[in-house]
Design a protein around this ligand. Structure first.
Ligand code: SF4
Length: 359
């Protein structure tokens, strides 16, 4: 498989340019075309000679993939579907070094959520997921592979709103900390002056708490963090989220207590409300005790029913009571507005399939 240009640093691009017989400064030109102008083909790089572009195409792939479909919700949310070939292996070059016949053909989704003056892109980091959270459509489909950096960045370039995006959340398909090297490089490209030039404050990574890589993420980036908590009681959480057995939430919180979330960087906790499972006073009080002392916010999420799952969503009144109780106890808590449910784009519903195939 040809090496991909998308996702490389200017230094790496310089080496690739030299390999193609181009001058060293073409490395910077390549970065500009891909990350600032967001071109979708090597042919659009018009300040590189035609012969140079031909040589580049002979040796390398741009790495850009366009969306195959786009569904638009009645609330303006847009869901883009992408075909991908992904690798089961880990590491920055896994997708470039895995032989073609060992790559898994799959699809992933990205969701663009408009909100007043914001346009947030919810991106995928893996096709499927191995974490197996029982309430999640992505988890149910199993694991197909890790996305390359190019596949992660393509989601930002392919959407109609590519030049208008204000924020991004790594909250689509997959557990981003299970594909950490590629996600970290994508964040580097997004935040570098030579890259997209975004502030890390525009980026939030959502995780269920994969501890070793969580520590790396906290040390190596300045992006915001969202932790999927969903139940403060260890046994109940474990019954819904197998990760609890490997990395108990109390250990995740001990780690978070070592970092400062009172300034530029924020941490929030995602709490999906399941009727009769995690939505009473006992759970609100246990959640308060668990999070006490951490500068944070709790986002309550309406559960979107999926087939063969024993719990429904908590009624609105119950969610309001849960929110008010936590706020009274001093934990800032809001109910997150649900977006794109009619096109299966809401939290926990992404499955990389067309709606009709889900039914
Ligand atoms: Fe994976 Fe996140 Fe779904 Fe859990 S909730 S199965 S970590 S995608």
């Amino acid at each position: 498989m040809k090496r991909k240009l998308l996702g490389k640093t200017p230094e790496e691009l310089k080496a690739m340019a030299l390999e193609a017989g181009l001058p060293a400064f073409a490395g910077k030109q390549l970065a500009q075309w891909m990350y600032v102008k967001k071109v979708r083909s090597i042919d659009e790089m018009t300040n590189i000679s035609k012969a140079g572009r031909e040589k580049l195409s002979e040796l390398f792939d741009l790495g850009y993939t366009s969306a195959s479909t786009c569904q638009i919700s009645k609330d303006g949310t847009k869901k883009y579907l992408f075909p991908v070939k992904c690798a089961l292996g880990h590491g920055l070059n896994a997708c470039e070094t895995t032989p073609d016949d060992k790559m898994e053909e799959a699809s992933i989704e990205a969701v663009m959520i408009p909100d007043d003056d914001r346009k947030t892109l919810c991106v995928s980091s893996q096709s499927g997921c191995k974490m197996g959270c029982h309430f999640c459509m992505t988890g149910r489909q199993g694991f197909h592979g890790n996305l390359s950096v190019a596949d992660i960045l393509s989601q930002f370039i392919a959407v109609d709103e590519a030049q208008e995006l204000t924020n991004c959340v790594f909250m689509g398909m997959g557990e981003p900390l299970d594909n950490y090297e590629n996600v970290k490089r994508a964040i580097e490209v997004l935040t570098a002056d030579w890259g997209f030039g975004w502030s890390p404050k525009r980026i939030t990574l959502s995780t269920i708490g994969v501890l070793p890589n969580l520590r790396k993420f906290l040390d190596e980036t300045k992006c915001h963090l969202a932790v999927s908590l969903h139940n403060p009681l260890p046994e109940e959480r474990g019954s819904m989220m197998p990760v609890q057995n490997a990395y108990p939430i109390k250990d995740v919180l001990s780690l978070l207590r070592q970092y400062d979330f009172s300034g530029q960087r924020r941490v929030s906790f995602e709490y999906t409300m399941f009727s009769g499972f995690n939505d009473d006073k006992v759970h609100a009080d246990a959640l308060f005790r668990l999070l006490k002392g951490i500068e944070c916010r709790v986002n309550l999420i309406r559960f979107h029913q999926i087939p063969d799952f024993p719990y429904g969503t908590s009624p609105s009144g119950v969610m309001d009571m849960f929110r008010d109780r936590l706020n009274r106890l001093g934990i800032t808590t809001t109910i997150r507005a649900s977006r794109g449910e009619d096109i299966f784009a809401a939290c926990g519903m992404l499955a990389g399939k067309h709606k009709e195939k889900l039914q």
